[in-house]
Ligand binder design. Structure first.
Ligand code: ADP
Ligand code: MG
Length: 693
């Protein structure tokens, strides 16, 4: 039964309660639930209990588990063994080993922090995220900082942003007379999209191996045009993978809940039940890692790239976000009569203002070479940030803005026309699948993050910017003599000033991109376009004021993200050159030679050779184009590699190299459509996308 093994590999509340003394347990719980300073004196009792529990579960090692800025998780395993005087070993895990670890910071990206600080880095236990066992290793979630205390990871700023949001939201709640709430948390449920392909085919493609996506490949005769994959019945091999994956995730206490086929062939989605941002982020990192591992067991490869295949949808990660109190109240829940729910309206307006003022930061938080293929294509929200609120809320806001009476939208009964089917009231608002930031009843769904993105960054920016606005609101209202009136004025002003960010129409329509421009919304299409905005004064001021980043950390992150963009695309270019020269050109050449021979043979017998002649000529032309473009790309890559300044380098990549890569692909893909498939050097789209049954 699921309930027997759910969370069996987690040192969770149940285990803590059972293995710690009442005093230690209570104290630790205060830290976890209320964010109180950790009492380090209890670490030795916790370490001891953790060790016993882990060894009983078969663990031999422990590790500080952290999330450096290279986007994956890092772990350095230490075994529990320690020599004993009699020449044998004892199992040891000290308080010190639990609380703090030392790590060589110079081997992880640090964006120049390395130059000014020592190479030494520290990991520090995060008691708010439970320790767990993975691969016989006790993993302790930790934050990672440099010797000078600068954050070198994704968790530290995330925890800071949660603190900032908590502090300001509590001030607002107090204004509404709510003084019993001790803690306010941002809650997140990330929906994870991914592709599954056969591992034998994967192994034959250098592009998939080196870059996670196909750099060449003509479209298959069939793609997603029949809409027959979305929610379709799940193929046997995939179903087995999903079952296996669920068991692994459940053991780790991850509430994997929903799974279904996505729009593109071979594309799927997994959604967990939402939880606090910190844990949701840790869990999402683990989920991605375990997806890849479990896929291997089924001779499958899980692709988490944002755009593995041209011509069909790419993969995203929808970040469902809300704010909740420790009493379980969702502050973004409108209630039955939203126009009367002033507290909800204040939080709603704070989010509207935050998203409008910091739209560039939200865009930056999802920037990567991979995600540049999605944003602005047909399948994902454009690079313009806007918000969908739906009919009812928009009408409420209109009424406030114009000081007019609110006329409620009537809830209609759903009638199926068949008496046996249940009747229920229709939601007052339809869903919007094309908005980058959609209100979905009691939460916002931020749909721009890419499938391989850590959700830490988007949530840092969301939490921080909303905290900033709440702080401003609280400052304004705290001394108020006439709260109701001042609140009303504040809401009206906010709506007037920021309603340009609200758009309830089709976000994928090109007319919207034009309209958005007219409204003054930014459209930052690529990673090099958007990243420099983080250095603007308003952004640096906000992030430092909220205590989320220091200015040095912001600059370091800017460098690292841009460097990552440049390196990623340069690896892609190098892979294309390699494939073109060693695989594609030789294959076309061999096939062309065959055609020429066939032409001669046929003519010797007096037979016409129309196809052979036309095809050989066309392929000769494409060979020349493929070859010369490869040569140019190679020279371009060499030149760009030599550029020391990463901003200049990235701009060159965006303006010169990426268009060249697209051109090379066009020629090679056209050649693919004319070449005998038995001589084509790697599996084509039809096989990659339709082989897993
Ligand atoms: P859909 O695909 O229709 O958007 P899913 O069920 O696939 O819906 O995913 C919705 C996600 O939103 C789930 O991860 C769910 O746990 C999460 N979610 C639901 N309510 C909240 C909330 N109040 N705060 C944050 N996330 C939520
Ligand atoms: Mg969704």
């Amino acid at each position: 039964m699921i309930s027997d093994y759910f969370g069996s590999m987690v040192f969770d509340d149940r285990v803590m309660k059972a293995t710690l003394s009442a005093e230690v347990y209570e104290s630790l719980k205060k830290t976890i639930d209320e964010g109180e300073q950790l009492d380090v004196r209890l670490a030795s009792a916790v370490a001891d209990a953790m060790k016993k529990w882990a060894i009983e579960k078969g663990a031999t090692h422990y590790t500080h588990w952290f999330q450096p800025l290279n986007g994956v998780t890092a772990e350095k395993h230490e075994s529990f063994i320690s020599p004993s005087p009699d020449g044998r070993v004892i199992m040891e895990f000290s308080a010190d080993a639990l609380i703090k670890g030392e790590s060589d910071a110079s081997s992880f990206p640090s964006g120049g922090l390395r130059a000014t600080f020592e190479a030494r880095g520290y990991t520090a236990w995060d008691p708010t995220s439970y320790a767990f066992i993975k691969d016989k290793t006790l993993c302790i979630p930790t934050a990672f900082t440099s010797y000078g205390g600068e954050a070198l990871d994704k968790k530290t700023p995330l925890l800071r942003s949660m603190e900032a949001l908590n502090k300001q939201a509590l001030r607002i709640l107090t204004l509404f007379g709510n003084t019993t709430v001790k803690r306010v948390r941002a809650m997140v449920g990330p929906e994870q999209e991914y592709f599954l392909i056969d591992s034998d085919m994967y192994e034959k493609r250098k592009d998939l191996i080196f870059t996670g996506r196909t750099l060449f490949g003509a479209s298959a005769p069939k793609g997603q045009e029949l809409d027959d994959h979305y929610y379709g019945s799940i193929a046997q091999r995939v179903a087995e993978f999903m079952q296996d994956l669920n068991v692994e995730l459940w053991k780790l206490g991850i509430y994997a809940k929903t799974e279904h086929n996505e729009v593109a062939p071979a594309q799927h989605e997994l959604a967990p039940i939402y939880t606090t941002t910190n844990i949701a982020t840790d869990h999402n990192q683990l989920t991605m890692e375990i997806m890849k591992k479990v896929a291997q067991r089924h001779k499958l490869v899980c692709l988490l790239h944002e755009k593995p295949f041209n011509g069909v949808n790419g993969s995203g990660k929808h970040n469902n976000w809300s704010i909740a109190t420790d009493k379980g109240t969702n502050l973004l829940k409108p209630g039955k009569t939203p126009h009367e729910n002033a507290q909800f309206l204040l939080f709603l307006c704070a989010v509207i203002k935050a998203v409008d003022e910091y739209q560039d930061l939200l865009r930056i938080s999802v920037a990567s070479a991979g995600n540049d293929h999605r944003l602005g294509a047909n399948e994902a929200p454009p690079a313009v940030v806007s918000m969908f609120l739906g009919e009812e809320l928009t009408a409420v806001l209109d009424a406030i803005e114009n000081d007019a009476p609110y006329e409620s939208v009537e809830r209609k009964k759903m009638l199926f026309g068949v008496p046996a089917l249940p009747q229920f009231l229709r939601d007052t608002t339809d869903r919007n699948r094309t908005s980058p930031f959609a209100f979905t009843g009691n939460k916002f769904e931020f749909r721009m993050p890419g499938s391989s993105n850590s959700i830490a960054e988007p949530n840092v920016m969301l939490n921080a910017s909303v905290a900033e606005v709440l702080e401003e609101f609280a400052d304004r209202l705290e001394g108020s003599e006439n709260f109701a009136e001042d609140l009303n004025t504040l809401l009206r002003e906010t709506i007037k000033a920021h309603k340009r960010i609200i758009f309830n129409g089709n976000g994928y329509d090109s007319a919207w991109v034009k309209e958005a421009e007219g409204r003054g919304l930014s459209n930052l299409k690529t990673t090099p376009d958007c990243l420099p905005k983080v250095l603007e004064k308003k952004n640096v001021d906000m992030l430092t004021r909220q205590g989320v980043f220091t200015e040095t950390e912001i600059r370091a992150r800017y460098e690292i993200t841009l460097e990552n963009y440049a390196k990623t695309v340069m690896i892609e270019a190098a892979t294309m050159i390699d494939m073109a020269k060693k695989e594609i050109l030789p294959a076309i050449s061999a096939f062309s030679t065959k055609l020429v021979r066939a032409t001669n043979d046929k003519r010797n017998y007096g037979i016409e050779a129309t196809y052979e002649v036309v095809a050989a000529n066309k392929l000769a032309e494409l060979t020349t184009l493929t070859y010369s473009t490869t040569e140019i790309l190679e020279k371009t890559l060499l030149k760009i590699k030599a550029i020391a300044d990463v901003t200049e380098q990235s701009n060159m990549i965006r303006d010169i190299m990426i268009p060249k890569m697209a051109e090379l692909r066009r020629y090679a893909d056209e050649a693919e459509t004319m070449t005998d498939e038995s001589v084509w050097p790697y599996p084509t789209y039809d096989k990659l996308l339709f082989a897993v049954r």
